[in-house]
Design a binder for this molecule. Structure first.
Ligand code: SAM
Length: 191
């Protein structure tokens, strides 16, 4: 397990009131340009801060996390009427247990800085996204903060775009503590 891995012991902070003010899930979702028919993978979904509201906007969410306790809480927090719209998937990134070209979108919220093998992550995302599918990355600006990952683990927006090349940057939003970017797949990137 990565030394960078977010501890399950801190999982309640993922749904703190402070976070809801600083990084509202609804804002993240509204910027994702979703369609009702979308199949979306929430990679490193945690206890579902984004997964649950996201599932109301799309056809289905594949909610992947490497820690079973995160998925247990996600399941417990999911209202009955949304349970059929979310599939919890226990799996280790950067591998993706999804079929080729099976996803319309993928999203990583405060997760990308925890990924060790980014090169493999990019090739897996390109494999699993449909042509013109979109990966949304939300992560912390490289500024010192009393919460979030250690300063040295934060990846500035420009470096993140470089790490996820050859995917193409199509949208960028920068806020005080975090950024949200869209990176588009392209049929020429698929083998
Ligand atoms: C900071 S939490 C963010 C959770 C969620 N995306 C959110 O915004 O509330 C990071 C999550 O990514 C998961 N994670 C980190 N590295 C992972 C890996 N290599 N494979 C699977 N899950 C991973 C952790 O278990 C944790 O639930």
């Amino acid at each position: 397990m990565s030394s960078k891995r977010f501890s399950v012991n801190n999982r309640q902070t993922l749904i703190s009131e402070e976070r809801m003010k600083l990084q509202p899930a609804e804002g993240i979702i509204s910027r994702m340009k979703l369609s009702r028919d979308d199949i979306v993978a929430d990679l490193g979904c945690g206890i579902g801060y984004v997964t649950i509201p996201l599932s109301k906007e799309v056809k289905h969410v594949m909610a992947l996390d490497g820690q079973q306790m995160m998925l247990d809480d996600l399941i417990a927090r999911t209202p009955e009427d949304l349970k059929g719209r979310i599939t919890p998937v226990l799996s280790e990134l950067p591998e993706l247990p999804f079929e080729e070209s099976s996803l319309d979108k993928a999203v990583m919220v405060n997760v990308a800085h925890e990924i060790q093998n980014t090169e493999r992550m990019v090739s897996e995302i390109i494999r699993c996204l449909k042509e013109d599918g979109v990966l949304t990355i939300v992560d912390f600006n490289k500024v010192p903060l009393p919460f979030g990952p250690p300063f040295e683990e934060k990846i500035p927006l420009e470096d993140m775009v470089r790490l996820y090349s050859p995917m193409e940057l199509t949208q960028k939003n920068v806020f005080d503590i975090y950024y949200q970017i869209d990176l588009k797949n392209n049929k020429n990137l698929k083998k």
